[in-house]
Unconditional design. Structure first.
Length: 285
């Protein structure tokens, strides 16, 4: 249980760091790039992947797709936290779990039982209620969390495809993805420096390093939590998604005074119920 709690804390801490960074003059591109430098180094140090195992037979198309999507969605995550807050962004990210479930039903013919139908029936209004803002506020930039939801859902589908490639350890595949993501972000930083005449600031590297540590910690502890609960993975699945929504809500409300309406709270409650129903439905398959 300790690993699961640590994973939840690391996940929410990433959002907190992004939230704190918005008060500074920072570059999200430089932050995300330096995040992958730290994540890649920690990945190599902790997982000790055998790079000689990587071959042309690996699913490079999927690696490349995730390597491009991951940093892109990370930038939208930062923008969503800036404009919509931690509470709504974390909720949107966790509700992305419904995307791969829907894909499994539509694309792969997976059974869709009554509980899943009820869960989906709750998830949609939950999302709409969570994203709602008071009518007097014209700055409801819901597009950012919407992209976060769809993006992380697609990334989850692609990562599940990587997991099916058993010729290469999952952690080695993860390092390949991080490497591609880093290359993409280095190109983005070069563009920012040369074309937009931005400056490479130490504060960006500092925030990026912190996010990289907690981003990797989230992954490391999540994998260890699954190892600890090998016979009951649904515990990790439910605990992670519900834990991040609850802790993220506390962080947003208590630390940053994010204002939520009664409809937002109702949406969060419905989201938690939907996650519970999904877990129960998975156990009945």
């Amino acid at each position: 249980m300790l690993f699961l709690i640590l994973s939840i804390i690391c996940s929410v801490t990433v959002g907190i760091i992004f939230k704190v960074s918005r008060k500074k003059e920072v570059s999200s591109i430089q932050i995300v790039a330096s995040n992958y430098v730290l994540a890649l180094l920690l990945c190599y140090f902790f997982f000790k992947p055998n790079l000689n195992e990587i071959s042309t037979a690996a699913p490079w198309g999927i690696y490349s797709a995730i390597g491009i999507l991951l940093p892109s969605i990370f930038l939208f995550l930062a923008a969503s936290i800036k404009h919509m807050g931690i509470v709504k962004t974390d909720a949107a990210q966790r509700l992305s779990l419904f995307i791969p479930i829907l894909a499994a039903w539509l694309l792969f013919g997976e059974e869709f039982n009554r509980l899943k139908i009820i869960a989906f029936a709750l998830a949609l209004p939950a999302l709409l209620l969570i994203m709602a803002k008071p009518s007097a506020n014209a700055q409801n930039k819901w597009i950012y969390p919407a992209v976060v939801l769809l993006g992380f859902g697609l990334i989850d589908i692609l990562f599940k495809q990587i997991a099916l490639f058993t010729n290469l350890p999952y952690t080695t595949s993860l390092m390949v993805v991080f490497t591609i993501a880093l290359v993409i972000m280095i190109l983005a930083v070069i563009y920012e420096l040369l074309i937009k005449k931005a400056k490479l600031k130490p504060i960006n590297l500092l925030f990026g390093a912190l996010i990289g540590v907690f981003n990797f910690g989230n992954i490391l502890f999540y994998l260890k939590a699954h190892q600890s609960f090998a016979d009951n993975p649904s515990t990790v699945f439910a605990g992670m998604n519900m834990g991040v929504i609850i802790l993220g809500s506390f962080a947003g409300i208590l630390l940053f005074k994010e204002k939520l309406t009664k409809w937002n709270f109702l949406g969060l409650f419905l989201a938690l119920i939907a996650i519970v129903l999904i877990v129960i439905s998975q156990n009945r398959v």
